[in-house]
Ligand binder design. Sequence first.
Ligand code: 3EB
Length: 331
Amino acid sequence: MNGHMSLRVSYQEGSVGQWLGSADDVLAVFEFGRSPLESSDPRHVPVALPQLDSPPLVELWRCDGPIKSGTWDVLRFAQGDQLTMGHIALDLGQPSSMRDVSRHAYDVLQSYLQQSPHPWPLKIWNYIPAINQGSGDEELYRQFCLGRADAVLIDPGDLPPLPAATAIGAPASEPALQIYFLSGALPGLDVENPRQVSAWRYPRQYGPRSPLFSRGTILTLNGSRQFLISGTASVVGHQTHHENKVANQLSESLRNVHSLFDEGHRLMGDARARLDGNGILKVYIRNPEDYELIRRTLEAEAPVDIPRIYLQGDICRENLLTEIDGIVACA
Ligand code: 3EB
């Protein structure tokens, strides 16, 4: 399995230590329900979001090596032959510091990438404590978007190529903002979803600075392709659909995922992304009591052989209840 994947992703039972010591091709081991401040090795990425299903799993990223790992400023990284994983966890102190801390994290991330042999960010994951706290433009997600834009946009009028991204809320008790990424030696191909307004063009009602991400990127390595899906919620156009209906929101998210795959296929012509045993899905659920319904809905609508994990996480708009994130192979 995974013979045609350049980044080999899987969910596994077993401990972090066991997987870190298991082979020389391990780029990252993600552990759930643990503070990102407790990273024990540059390749160890604890994620604060609790896992809702069982058994407890770790997410494993492997790639062609040798793997070199280390620390750069506040960033920890692991670098393979063609791909790099990097992560940052910054204690927020006061909630009012969200904008500044986010800008600082993105400044470090960008300076790191500038001197890296893998300078192209393909996807960035953002886990933001108490993401919906604060009203109107004071909401922490909107403050995060401001800080990210402060760092990413030198001139607010221009727009660089944007990586895929996920932005999800971590528990309010978590002290740190966490950002981790996958980057490559070559840029990915950005894909937008024809069913959705591009996030950087969202109207003012969603905040003073638009979110900066593409709906997905296609990574090509060694002649094979993978699709990195951004956090995909029940947004059509720019509006939330199916308010208060979590199963319908999940179905809408899946329609967005398939629409994105169609668009990628239209642009690339040959390979098509698919939900199969070579990929992984992460399903974020705001209210843990929705877990059973979400699980049953996903099992009915997505192929059973794609490995998936369910995490408790708040979504960046108060009226969104679930979101899907994934890395899948094109075949
Ligand atoms: C949305 O479609 C849902 O701010 O980086 C999804 C993926 C969302 C990434 C981000 C936000 C981000 O607008 C929210």
